[in-house]
Design a protein around this ligand. Sequence first.
Ligand code: NAI
Ligand code: MG
Length: 373
Amino acid sequence: MSDSYSLLILPGDGIGPEVMAEVVKIVDWFGANRGMSFDVSHDLVGGSAYDRHGVPLADETMARAQAVDAVLLGAVGGPKYDDLDFSVKPERGLLRLRKEMDLFANLRPAQCFDALADFSSLKREVVAGLDILIVRELTSGVYFGEPRGIHADDNGDNEGGRVGINTQRYTSGEIRRVARAAFELAMRRGNKVCSMEKANVMESGILWREEVQWVHDNEYPDVELSHMYADNGAMQLVRNPRQFDVIVTDNLFGDILSDAAAMLTGSLGMLPSASLGAPMANGRPKALYEPVHGSAPDIAGQGKANPIACILSFAMALRYSFDQGEAAAELERAVERVLADGVRTADLMGPEGGTPVSTSQMGDRIVAALAAG
Ligand code: NAI
Ligand code: MG
């Protein structure tokens, strides 16, 4: 039996194409060895798309992204494009993808590989075995709410004479859909969701808490749900992160908490992400997978980039788009084994030193670990 999946690969700029070349090796391996058939197409995004089309994401590319089972993106941007007009900056290509695909749930795992536990800013015994998933609402909240802006405000004794305004605004529907995503994910993991807001000081937080509870009580009563104020959540993440399984939170708190959680586990070169939207006709969610890191112009073109963040993003695609949880776990175990063997790209070298492997050697080692089973 063959399972067929369409995949659009957008390598982007800087180290994007370098790390993506290693992902392609992995995709080919699963195609050849695990009875999956991948219909892979490649296209341009970011600065490379601007160079070719004069825009960071061509309409044809957008249409292809809407039609495939999953989009896999490297990274965009670089000094060459810093002076471009805001409307055609490389990042706009990525923002257009997220917006038009309506990717409302951003998944950021924080997983501690045992071989790298000493890279954490916390003690090994606090982070060893850590495996949490932060689900951040991505398309609403204070980053989008109206009114917003900077206005003159010269009434009274306002030194400087201006006011800056942003609005935290959430509808019940926006909260319910991201809550559903979090409960669905929890059922495939530790069956536990912690929802974070500031219901003690924000009405939008009160609504958040009530709606998450509503979705729980009516649709997912068997998943364990707790609520926490986001500031306490930040403390708990640093004090005892292993108490969490899935954390669901809004756009702003999610931005901050996911970055903090990421550093519990070490290098930027290790961090994958997924952004999911509503289910398509075939039942699979709209999906974009990408490493958390950027285009790393300081090391681009030198074969130094760590491809693991991008490879683990493909593992997330296997799990969340293709329902191949076994294959995803197999890939994660191969990464773990290579790290346990002491194989390191330059970003993972500790103070004890050693000789780093190149981007492509790391990819080859992971393929070899897959093959060794
Ligand atoms: P960055 O993530 O590109 O780099 C930060 C530091 O981490 C650099 O020292 C870099 O060498 C290192 N690093 C990043 N990924 C690595 C990897 N896989 N292996 C080894 N080392 C790695 O962030 P920075 O420097 O702030 O931004 C550089 C460019 O990337 C900018 O143009 C920025 O706009 C863009 N960017 C793009 C993102 C995206 O495509 N999603 C996200 C963040 C930044
Ligand atoms: Mg951030």
